[in-house]
Design a protein. Sequence first.
Length: 321
Amino acid sequence: MKTRKGLFLLLAALPMLSACSINKMVMNKVSDALTGSGSSDVFTGDADPQLVGDAIPFAIKMYESLLSQNPNHQGLLLTTGSLFVMYANAFVQGPADMMGLDQFDQREAAKVRAKNLYIRGTEILYRGLDNKYPGDKKTPKFSEATVEAGTLDPILKKMKKDDVAFLYWAVAGGLSSYAIDVFDFALGVRIPEMAAMIARAYELDPDFNNGALDEFYILFYSSLPEMLGGNKELAEVHYKKALEKTKGQSAGTYVSYAQSVCVPAQDYETFKINLEKALAVDVDADPSNRLVNIINQRKARYMLDEAYNYFSFLEYDDWDE
């Protein structure tokens, strides 16, 4: 009798088990489709920054909704986290940096918002890395490993090429949030970990995203003090490598160099040359990066128009004429 009762309960549960299994399968299929190869081109290949800027918040919330149902899907974690970082950079911090002095309060509020968005994205990306490297009784999970304790390097050595995107976007979000608030000690103490992460990413795939890592290193090496890993000579090395890998068709390479190398050196002539080259980039030559080039060209135009704010020897009155 007990056997029959057990069999009856099992048979009764089968439809529910099948439904759960089917729902999970469908969710995985949807998640795979929305995060597969080329899915990001819908945003980065567009020629209308305002359209994309208006659409990304909805996309982020949609991906977050999917994540709530499928929390361990690596594609969703990568896409959602990177979208937070991209949106914060291109559509929150970027416009804030171009606000006038009379918009000080709005600019500062936007930067606080950008920092929070960077952190949200970074936390999601770290979840993805924790999924792949959860640790055990002897070793910590990825997000708790440190350079100081010697626990991060063994994990990084295990990583493969398909981890590079997670490393790149996690470091981009983390360092961008720190750049906004250099007095945030919790972020500052993680710079050695982020430096190790991006170095490992470069070892695994130096050509990731057509020179994206070299463009990152231009900013990294030129912006940080030497005690934190800054190195002007290496910034020059990666500038040349970025130009080579992008064939000179990335406006971001020129803008990054003008902003992070030429301005501190007060080298106006090289600053101007690089920004003019950024404006000369054919945005249709690389359709997958059309949007990024358009946004960087807007920044290049702004920096040229506002050059007197970057170079003390340029007089505003003369410039205005």
